[in-house]
Ligand binder design. Structure first.
Ligand SMILES: Cc1ncc(COP(=O)(O)O)c(C=O)c1O
Length: 368
């Protein structure tokens, strides 16, 4: 089946910005942010805010509570922990972002045990099950798509293992997987699921979006030590189609426009497009001798992390392709010098990706 949907909203083949976040943003979304000011306690705001949850629920694949925050995704890591206040968490770590979430928990005074997989390898759900059998944990933190390594964890299987082995809450970071590859809040029985605006949702940075299960919200009513991101407050204000504090209204105008675009493509259509994009990078890399940093079968659909073929420097490649007008990500942390990352999330189309791959071919020649 051929699709006529243009994800770029009028700029097919013209995307040149392929960072693994923040990502390229469509003109219509950027323009929505220029809306004139409105008060956040008035009817115009309430009308705007009322339109968000029914469509955001479709993105998160839930009939439960979804909400937005004016914060980076990091603020929602903290919100998940501060609303729950677990004594001890099991942090599933497989890269830099999951490591940072564990550090966030430690900073909040929570006892953290780390279950670590080597970079590029997903965490084995059976290991999670075993770890839960050895200690009492109130929550498990998991990053679905590890942007630092381009590794995709099997979130569904990890959540199942947690459910079967314990009554711990499943806290999931889907920053670079939501609306880019399958994420099923209800079907996978997740408890707190968070993302930021500047990644797979293809909005400017600054907005957080999240889902909280009924079980999580019940517990949070009793345990929360959050103030700015207190869930019970967000819920109470959501009843009136408001937020507890002054929100970034421009971001909400942008989200309003972007949710229509996402649902017009359909969630499944969006998954299929990202699947096609990552498969194209896979076949291109195999033909050129570039190899994947993450193992086969555990690669993110939205960020491809590659080691250039022998003789080509990753850092030079990033610099050379930039001279041709294309921005890609360098390696992250300890993989800085050895890998490069192509962010193909959000509203990127195949024609734009082809243009990037051609520019990478030319640049590789000069990047020895
Ligand atoms: C998987 C993941 N989680 C969390 C973050 C942090 O997001 P923010 O900078 O919006 O706090 C990032 C940013 O790159 C990320 O890729």
């Amino acid at each position: 089946m051929t699709t006529t949907f243009d994800p770029t909203g009028g700029k097919p083949g013209q995307v040149r910005f392929f960072l693994p976040g923040p990502v390229w943003v469509r003109d219509a979304v950027r323009q929505a942010m220029a809306h004139e000011a409105i008060g956040h306690r008035g009817k115009a705001f309430a009308d705007l805010y009322a339109r968000i949850p029914p469509r955001l629920q479709k993105v998160f694949r839930t009939e439960g509570f979804v909400f937005t925050t004016t914060s980076a995704a990091t603020g929602l890591w903290e919100a998940a922990l501060l609303n729950l206040v677990p004594e001890r968490v099991l942090a599933v770590v497989s890269g830099a972002f999951s490591e940072r979430w564990a550090a966030c928990a430690r900073d909040l005074g929570i006892a953290v045990d780390v279950l670590e997989a080597p970079w590029g390898t997903p965490v084995d759900p059976e290991e999670v099950r075993r770890a839960l059998g050895k200690g009492r944990y109130e929550a498990v933190t998991v990053v679905h798509s590890e942007t630092s390594t381009g590794t995709l964890n099997d979130l569904a299987a990890i959540a199942r293992a947690v459910r079967e082995a314990s009554d711990a809450f499943v806290l999931a970071d889907v920053v670079t997987s939501i609306a880019g590859s399958p994420v099923e809040c209800d079907a996978w029985n997740l408890d707190f699921v968070l993302s930021g605006s500047q990644k797979a949702l293809a909005l400017p940075p600054g907005l957080g979006v999240a889902f909280a299960s009924a079980r999580f919200r019940e517990r949070a009513k009793k345990s929360s030590r959050a103030h700015y991101l207190r869930l019970a407050e967000a819920e109470a204000f959501a009843e009136k189609n408001q937020t507890p504090y002054t929100p970034s209204t421009p971001h909400l105008f942008a989200l309003d426009v972007q949710l229509d675009h996402i649902l017009q493509e359909t969630i499944e259509g969006r998954w299929a497009r990202h699947d096609a994009l990552r498969r194209r990078v896979e076949s291109w890399a195999a033909e050129r001798g570039h190899t994947y940093a993450p193992i086969e079968g555990a690669r993110s659909w939205t960020v491809s992390c590659l080691k250039p073929r022998p003789g080509v420097s990753a850092e030079a490649l990033v610099a050379k392709v930039k001279e041709r007008g294309f921005t890609i990500g360098g390696g992250y942390g300890k993989w800085k010098a050895s890998t490069f990352r192509i962010g193909h999330m959000g509203d990127v189309d195949l024609a734009s990706l082809e243009a990037l791959l051609a520019a990478l071919d030319d640049s590789a020649e000069e990047s020895a």
